[in-house]
Design a protein around this ligand. Sequence first.
Ligand code: PLP
Length: 388
Amino acid sequence: MLDKGMDKEKLFEKLFDYKKMDLDYASGKILGSMCTKPDPIALEAYKLFIETNLGDPGLFTGTALMEREVIGVLGELLHLFNPSGHIVTGGTEANLMAMAVAKKLFLENHEGVPEVILPESAHFSFKKITSMLSLKPVYVPLNDEYKTDVSVIESLINDNTMAIVAIAGTTELGLVDDIEKISEIAYKNNIYLHIDAAFGGFIIPFLEYDNEHALNFDFKCKGVSSITIDPHKMGLAPVPAGGIIFRYSEHLEKLAVETPYLTKDKQTTIVGTRSGAGTAAIWTLLNYYGKEGYKKAVTQAIKLTNYTYEKLLDMENINVTCKPELNIISFTSNIKSPKQVKQELYEYGWRISVSANPYAMRLVLMPHVKQEHIDNFLKDLNEILKRE
Ligand SMILES: Cc1ncc(COP(=O)(O)O)c(C=O)c1O
């Protein structure tokens, strides 16, 4: 640490030096991120509530009320009235809370090692969670469409099955599991079902599918106990903002711990001191955009996804993995490996990601990506594939 602090001007020069090293979403070069540039109005709200601490809600009663309102709106979006939950740091923490609840419920009348049935497409946060909570992961293979093979699930259930997890918007391909069917299985067998809709939660409710193709993924499915839905992905909120919603308040209460020196007598979150700024930002966005605003953002992202998909289908030596359901596209080339293409694109300034299963290039068409960015990207991709 410096003996004497720097003056503000020098300090900001340095800060801007660091800032220059970062990429920004507005450049259109970030094609593999599930986060995006937050609306300036969210930043204003964030700043206004920067000193709040939702870990001590008796001091910040307005912020605590906003959190309850946000949970109410997210619940309504997911067809649940009277939801319980919290705004947390992200999908990892939300999934961790759900699994912690499921474990507590399981241990009330079981003694074995709790097992959780997970699709092979589950986000790596579940690797952390199963390790932290000492759960046995039992993986369900994917079917030909890269979705959980529902026909296998029942054969994996035993007396130690603590929970089933299904995904609404997989990280690598943006696909939605057959949650209606998985919910029937969970309900029939009386097993806790958690839906990881960290990515899809802010997309699927706004998709313009006709009824026949509607993706039924939420609390309308009666076997669903909890859902992760992240505002800092397609909710367009600044990081950090994850969301966890429980069907039953008694379930969230399983996490309650007494907090003797604070203004309220218990907490039901993992994190103690936690900023209310993210909650203020998401409250602002939900009310500023409304359903209409989110629908517009989702429609644009899906339109650009379809545009990119069609262009890739027409490109020589490119194989698209599957028809996108949300705003993620996966593809490979006959000429170079995904890692090689990613590296060469890097030299052109593009940041795409490479998925493991399937091993492929992956684009996430978030709202900061525009058609002109895609046109330039495809031109560079074409050039890279043509050169030795
Ligand atoms: C489906 C899914 N679940 C959970 C997570 C973890 O979310 P976070 O990185 O906000 O902790 C992600 C992140 O991309 C995800 O795609």
